[in-house]
Design a binder for this molecule. Structure first.
Ligand code: ZN
Length: 377
């Protein structure tokens, strides 16, 4: 039996250990992928400390232990199951970790993202059964996944850049929901973070002609503006209460002929106050639409009467479909999605605990944390 190395978590709050385990056999509709790069998100440090497990009373959101985490794996197909016809060994792929049960009413209606058992392989989710069926996250040398989860990568897209697809796709799926495109002014709340920077890159690729971005760190904001000085404007937000006299609202109105922005995507990090999201919502024009992919956990002081009279839309969005992943791969392939500004910080599998402990040391969203499972030291 062939074996491989995997970083496994044996107890929440403890470091992962490098364990030698069996290489899994793909089931008939699955593939085996040799992982070449796995993205590591700053939030993983919170996940392995069981922060999210404690949010549900029965603690059923987390994978059974020992667990292999790793949300954003990219690599090469090593083996395909007997019922897989459209994928061949040797193909370069990103593995979309989104799993659904496949047989509930929503899955059978073609809406697997509304499946009550929706789960992220290698992270956490709503189904212990699915986490048991797909226990291999990208912090292992090989993983199994359904063939339907594969995004084929163009030759000019590196595994390291593809390992950023989680953030990119989250932004892409969200921006599609609010109709970003030419002639539209978009506000990205938190533009210099991991998610916000990728939202800016995707919005540029989608043809958005005016992109406004908020942040705190002026040096990082200046770097974001350099992506497209003609189309991007940035604002280091001073403290102020939400409302019509907010300097943020004045700035957004001035940039849009006093209309306000057409769309807003909230990309604020964990710990941001609800007021920071409200201030961005007040930048919307009448009829504007907002989508939340950020991590504000405080309850919003939303005025339903204001929303109604101003025809404001607000919705949540989570992750992205494999088809949306294919869109991103196509955009990267022809260069309309430019990922060259990402600074890949590649570490061996043995350094995963150090990587998780050191993620606060980064150049905002520009730093791309990647583990190469083939490297053990
Ligand atoms: Zn389902």
């Amino acid at each position: 039996m062939a074996t491989m190395m995997a970083a496994r978590l044996h107890a929440y709050g403890q470091p992962m250990t490098l364990d030698r385990i069996e290489v899994p056999e793909p089931r008939p509709t699955d593939v085996l992928v040799e992982v070449k790069a796995c993205g590591v998100v700053p939030n993983l440090a919170r996940v392995v400390s069981n922060f999210f497990g404690t949010l549900t009373p029965d603690n059923k959101m987390m994978p059974p232990l020992p667990a292999i985490f790793g949300l954003d794996p990219a690599g090469v197909v090593a083996k395909v199951g007997s019922q897989v016809f459209g994928v061949r060994p040797g193909e370069r792929v990103y593995v979309n970790p989104a799993r659904a049960c496949g047989s509930c009413r929503m899955c059978r209606s073609g809406q697997p993202y509304d499946c009550p058992n929706w789960t992220l392989q290698g992270y956490f989710g709503r189904s212990q059964e699915i986490m048991h069926a797909y226990p291999y996250g990208g912090l292992a040398q090989f993983i199994t996944a359904p063939a339907t989860a594969l995004v084929k990568l163009p030759d000019n897209l590196s595994f390291e850049a593809a390992a950023r697809f989680g953030y990119l796709g989250t932004a892409y799926a969200a921006l599609k929901k609010i109709g970003v495109g030419p002639g539209q002014a978009l506000l990205i709340n938190g533009i210099s973070g991991q998610l916000g920077l990728n939202a800016a890159q995707i919005a540029l690729a989608m043809g958005s002609t005016k992109i406004l971005g908020t942040g705190r760190n002026q040096a990082l904001l200046d770097r974001v503006k350099k992506l497209s000085p003609q189309r991007i404007d940035v604002f280091s937000v001073p403290n102020a209460p939400p409302g019509p006299s907010d300097p943020l609202v004045s700035w957004a109105k001035k940039a849009t002929d006093e209309h306000g922005v057409d769309g807003m995507i909230d990309c604020l990090p964990p710990g941001a106050p609800a007021s920071a999201m409200m201030r961005a919502l007040f930048c919307l024009r009448r009829g504007g639409r907002a989508v939340n992919v950020g991590a504000v956990m405080e309850t919003l002081p939303l005025n339903a009467f204001w929303m109604m009279t101003n025809r404001i839309g607000l919705q949540g969005s989570v992750w992205f479909t494999t088809g949306e992943g294919e869109d991103m791969a196509s955009m990267a392939g022809v260069g309309t999605l430019d990922l060259s500004i990402l600074e890949h910080r590649v570490s061996p599998l043995s350094k995963v605990n150090e990587v998780l402990a050191g993620m606060d040391d980064r150049n905002g969203g520009f730093t791309n944390f990647v583990i190469d499972p083939a490297r053990l030291r």
